[in-house]
Structure formats: structure tokens, C-alpha cells
Design a protein around this ligand. Sequence first.
Ligand SMILES: C[S@@+](CC[C@H](N)C(=O)[O-])C[C@H]1O[C@@H](n2cnc3c(N)ncnc32)[C@H](O)[C@@H]1O
Length: 425
Amino acid sequence: MSDLPLRPASSEDTDFDPSIASSPCDIAAVPSLLADISFLRASFDVSTNRDARLHLLDKARALVRSLETPRETMLKHVGAETACFFSLALGVDVGLFTALAKGDTPKSVNELAGTIGFDVDGLSRILRHLAAMGYIVQTGKDEYKSNNFSKAMTIPIVADGYPFYRSVCIAPMLHLHKWLATKDYATPTTGRDNPFTFGNQTSQTMFEYLAAFPPFNEQFNHHMGGYRLGRPSWFDPAVYPVSDALLGNDIKADDVLLVDIGGNMGHDLTRFRAAFPDAPGRLILQDQASVIEAGPAKALAEQGIEGMPHDFFTEQPVRGARAYYLHHILHDWPDDKCEVIVKMIKSAMVPGKSKLLINEHVIPSVGASWEATYLDLYMMILFGSRERTEQDWKGLLEGKCGLKITRIYNPGNGVEGIIECEVPV
Ligand SMILES: C[S@@+](CC[C@H](N)C(=O)[O-])C[C@H]1O[C@@H](n2cnc3c(N)ncnc32)[C@H](O)[C@@H]1O
């Protein structure tokens, strides 16, 4: 199928004067946004208070959107940000950000081009755009230095999201319109026929594809680490009361306290161990064999975390644990597959003792956060799955799986809540 426009361009099907596109999007909102920002600045220490910083950021984003004209927003979307994204991914490939950050000194384009083996003209144009967009700093003619953003791009768990999205996730997004057109605009609902399989020309699901291409798997695993950076953990007292809900004298050293199913490289269990060094019982990390074998087994073992290859579509080998934990697992799968995953866990749970803790977004019906809505769209195109609302979770976990949701712990705006379930006694 060609990529010609599905709808011919026409300038006659609008009720609006073109001048709307060159006027600020919402100039009337600017005074009150400025007042809000000034108030927040005076009231909070935004450098140490995460919620205050996020609140201020929301207002600052709203201010930018209000001041920008539709034309400026359009150019930013279609050109400036896409050029940035692909330049950043390319920069990661060739080691640009490591070379730029070395010694924390300004570097000439010639010097950088020599270090990374790049054409001077092409590099100078890439650097000029990244500086114009604020992702590096221009210090003089043909001279640049790092800022905190580009220094962070030397850290693999931050940087690898760029080549990962470019090489694995963008083709599905690029082909979304074509896939939808061939399906009469039906929403994808399976892992085997969706924009991911279409865009990447594969019959494999995304996780099969990653297992077949270890460099992509490594980028994905790094991205999982970067995704959670700086976020409150599920065991933060403001999110879930671990001490009251899970820990107790009844747990012996040989009992299993927590099984992190699909726990990837152990990002969550490592942090849990650091937060609760004296928690009784065993901590078990389960994931696909390819992930467990590539993971940091020695470091995990030193922290008392046991790695265990396990396919979560098969019988759960750890019976009667205090808690089974799923973080961003069920959002990868449509309901019929989630039902299998959850029922495998349910049959290993002991009523009155075991809990299933699901760490996922619980999308509110109004005012969803972009952190949940962007992932929902990627879940749709990569897996034919979704981020879920409270109603969706009830339908799946209680309606289809026969569990009881004992409580939903929502740390705010539906981002990364804990859905606590038990087997009805
Ligand atoms: C979105 S990641 C979430 C990882 C981790 N829980 C976290 O929050 O960082 C999904 C994980 O599911 C794992 N996975 C996919 N299919 C699996 C299967 N059939 N059995 C076990 N793990 C699987 C992947 O390897 C990956 O680590």
C-alpha cells in the first residue's frame, strides 16, 4: 500500500480564519498562569519537593502552549522535535554525548567530529539544532558544551531509550495509519497482528522479537531502568504500606516474601532490598530465561535475590508466597492473555495469606496524565493491549479471574498505583 494521503488536501473545509494559526493559542490564560507560577515559586522549594516541581512544570507547560501559536506548535511537532529525536538517537549510536561531556569543557565541532569519526558539516548542523532546542549549550562559533540533559545522555539507562524507540517502536507508529486503514480503523487487540508486526514486518510478538535481537533486548532492559528513575517506588509509604501489609512475625527465613514476576533485571527487587534490608523471607526474580541469563546474577545474589527463569504463561512454581508482584506486565497483554497470567498466579496463592500486587496505571476518567496516555498508545500499537481504568481492572481481575480487589492504592493521577488482590476465602 502506498503512503499517499488518504484524504486529499483542501483549504475549503474549515470555518476558521487562517489568522487563528498565527495568534497565541490562549493568550487569555497567560496572566493567571503567570500568577500561578509566581505563587508556586514563592511557596515551594521545587528542587527538593517532587510534587511541587511537577505542579510547577504542568503550569509552565500550559504557559508555553498558551503563548505558542498553532503554527509554532505545528512546526515543533512535525519538524523540530522529530529532528531532535532522531539526532539524539544518532548521537547515542556514535558516542557524541560521551565525547561532548568529557572533562566538562567546551569542544569545537572539529574536535568532536575527529573523536567520534563524523563529517564536520553534518555534525555542526546536528549540534546547532540540538543547541537551538536547548539540549546542549553553544559556547561560541562552532563550539558546544554539555548541559545536565546531555550529560545524562552518557548514562545507558537514559540514553538507550532513544535507539530503542527509533529501531523498534517508531516503525509501528509510522505505519499505524496504514495498518488501521487496512482494518477499517479497528483497534488492535492481539500481539500477533498489530502495527508492531506490520511496521517491523515480523510475525513475532514484541517480546519474541526482542529475544531474537539481543542488542534491542539490552536497550529495552536499560530503558526499563531509565523509565523508573526518580519515581517513588511502589513500597514508598506514600504508595503502599509494606510494613503493615506484608511484613510480619509469621514469615520465616525460608518462606518466600516476594516474587517479582517479569521483573526484568531486578530493578524493583534491588530497591526493595535496599529499603527493607531486614525484611524476613526470600526474594525471587522471575523473567524469561534470556533476560535472567543476561542479568546481573552475581550482584543480585549478593543482595539475596534469587533469579529464576519462568514463563508466566505456565504454572507458577513458587507456591504460597506472601506476595506476587507484577509491574508493568499486564499492560503488555490483552485481557485474554492477562487472564492466563493471573490465573497461573492465583492457583499458587494461599487464601488468607498470599496477595497479588499489581503495579500499573489506573487511568482516571477525567484528567489522565500524559505519563499514562502515551504508554496507552504504545501498548496499543506494540502489543494490541492497553493501560486500564479502574473499571477495566475490576472487569479483568474480579470478573474474569475471580480475584478480589482488596484495595487500589493510587499515589495520584492514576500513575503507577498498586492494585492489591487476594483469593476470596
Ligand atoms: C514492560 S517489562 C516490565 C519489567 C519490570 N517488571 C519493570 O517494571 O521494569 C515486561 C517484562 O516482561 C517480561 N516477559 C515477557 N514475556 C514473558 C513471559 N512469557 N514470561 C516471563 N516474563 C516475560 C519481559 O522480559 C520484560 O522484562
